[in-house]
Design a binder for this molecule. Structure first.
Ligand SMILES: Cc1cc2nc3c(=O)[nH]c(=O)nc-3n(C[C@H](O)[C@H](O)[C@H](O)COP(=O)(O)OP(=O)(O)OC[C@H]3O[C@@H](n4cnc5c(N)ncnc54)[C@H](O)[C@@H]3O)c2cc1C
Length: 501
């Protein structure tokens, strides 16, 4: 008999689980609290402009990376056009110069050596590491929970050529990396983008450079919501069903077995299997009332570091910016005069210029967006007074525009749209704990480590998505949805199958 499955959340993980569930003969239904698919992989429209809330790159945008296969199965590769940017990031120093992290590693090496000739040996070593990393790719076909001794041995052989590389760079923090430079500018610009997160692993900066140089981390024209809608369509075409505006408040449990869900309107729905692809904290401590936790899980939520929430301040401007390069993470601007945001004096601001995607703005116009790491506690406290919250959003929009106007004279006259989204906005629309944009920081658990998809003592229940895949990201979210269906197929003694549209 066909088993039924309820999935909570139509983010990338939930949609992916839905697609693979349908491919494998399960009868699935997704309940989503919002009105659109995608969760944090989203965009929103204002006055003819589209503000992209997520997409920098999609790892696996070419067959050089194993994730390509998953995007093919989910219908992305057939539908979307990808562009590969030449620059990853441009970071300004206080001396007026900029370090440009080029995707072309030869260009990157000579640029860095030009900026810091005294560090030539270390730069050569670093770019050698990047080149080596270029060929690194992990198989994604089999769920790690299902790997056997042969798979592990195979994996070991695949990793073997990179062990030296991982030993050398794998545990190095950005702080330690910068200490290796003699050149003060290099120290400054490599520390700048990580802000307070100086213990961020340098590997997390090296991997994207390797992917970009391989041209397998492209940007899909149309941006985040269009990509999410493609997966939603794939799911619906496979016979799935999504209920929007359906927030789940409770997971129904009988004899330590998940049997259904309850919505805010009181409606109850039952199924053989319940998968939560929603926020981890809400799932464990609200929907399940904290009844299925052990010290390990409690420890994650009490002690582990989260990716910080973000403040997005976007402007739609009647200007093209064709003179600026296309960049994945944009420009890290150095400010002569600091700006106070959430009680902190900031001298750096990350600016994205969406001059590479004409679909996001009317012809001849562009979206510019600051995306600033901020503090959850500050914004949640401020939100208690809506007047002060609104006033602070307005102040920031004004002050940040002044900063832009100094760089690009006349810009403030060309602004047609302004939009400010705070961590509160993200919590309202996606439910992510403390507004964190990617869940757990990878380094909290150790590189490549995963969390369990089940909870102790609870049967017929699984968790997927960024709250069980430390480091987050679109590929792990999609993979996690695929993996959970593989696990279920194994339990139900079925062959896991995939199709492409
Ligand atoms: C600004 C930003 C930039 C990013 N850039 C990139 C990038 O360039 N590349 C990349 O790979 N990744 C990027 N990411 C990360 C990536 O988008 C996420 O890790 C991934 O989309 C998470 O997917 P998910 O399905 O696990 O979770 P979510 O997207 O959070 O999905 C959870 C879903 O559950 C729903 N939900 C929550 N509570 C309930 C409830 N009670 N009832 C019903 N539904 C509920 C939510 O509304 C949401 O739709 C970025 C993220 C952000 C925010």
């Amino acid at each position: 008999m066909q088993k039924s499955m309820i999935i909570i959340g139509a983010g990338i993980a939930g949609l992916s689980a839905g697609c693979y569930g349908q491919m494998n003969g399960y009868s699935t239904r997704i309940f989503e609290m919002h009105t659109t698919p995608g969760g944090v992989c989203t965009s929103w429209k204002r006055k003819g402009y589209t503000i992209d809330g997520c997409m920098h790159w999609l790892v696996g945008s070419s067959p050089a990376n194993s994730f390509y296969r998953i995007w093919e199965e989910l219908g992305i590769m057939q539908k979307h056009t990808f562009i590969d940017h030449e620059e990853y990031w441009s970071i300004e120093g206080s001396n007026g110069k900029s370090l440009v992290l080029y995707a072309d590693l030869g260009r990157l090496e000579s640029h860095m050596k030009e900026l810091a000739p005294e560090d030539s040996d270390f730069i050569a070593d670093f770019t050698k590491g990047l080149r080596k990393l270029n060929g690194f790719d992990m198989p994604v076909d089999k769920a790690p929970e299902l790997t056997n001794i042969f798979d592990k041995v195979k994996m070991l052989f695949m990793i073997l050529p990179y062990l030296g590389l991982m030993r050398k760079w794998g545990k190095m923090t950005v702080r330690q990396f910068t200490e290796r430079f003699k050149n003060p500018f290099m120290r400054e610009v490599f520390l700048a983008p990580v802000g307070d997160m100086k213990d961020f692993p340098i590997f997390a900066l090296m991997m994207p450079l390797a992917w970009l140089s391989q041209k397998t981390a492209g940007y899909p024209i149309g941006g985040s919501l269009e990509l999410s809608k493609t997966i939603e369509k794939r799911y619906l075409d496979l016979g799935g069903k999504v209920d929007y505006k359906s927030p789940v408040v409770k997971i129904l449990v009988e004899d330590d077995k998940a049997v259904g869900i309850k919505l805010t309107n009181g409606d109850e729905h039952r199924a053989d299997i319940i998968i939560s692809a929603a926020d981890g904290h809400t799932t464990i401590f609200d929907m399940l009332e904290g009844k299925y936790v052990d010290d390990k899980i409690k420890g994650y939520y009490d002690n582990f570091s989260l990716f910080p929430p973000l403040l997005h301040v976007a402007y739609g401007v009647a200007r093209t910016f064709t003179e600026l390069p296309h960049s994945v993470s944009g420009f890290n601007l150095f400010l002569d005069e600091p700006i106070n945001i959430a009680g902190k004096e900031l001298t750096r601001l990350p600016l994205h210029v969406y001059n590479f995607d004409p679909s996001l703005a009317p012809k001849g116009k562009t979206v510019l967006k600051f995306m600033i790491n901020t503090e959850w506690e500050y914004w949640s406290e401020l939100y208690k007074s809506r007047e002060r919250y609104k006033a602070e959003k307005e102040r920031l929009a004004k002050e940040l525009l002044n900063i832009l106007d100094k760089r690009y004279p006349g810009l403030s006259e060309q602004v047609e749209m302004t939009d400010v989204a705070t961590p509160m906005t993200w919590v309202h629309y996606t439910g992510n704990w403390k507004g964190s944009y990617e869940g757990w920081m990878e380094m909290s658990l150790g590189f490549g480590k995963r969390m369990d998809k089940t909870l102790p003592g609870l049967d017929s229940f699984y968790m997927i998505g960024q709250w069980v895949e430390p480091g987050g990201g679109l590929p792990p979210a999609a993979q996690s949805g695929r993996n959970v269906i593989q696990i279920m197929c194994k339990r139900d003694k079925r062959k896991f199958v995939t199709t492409t549209p």
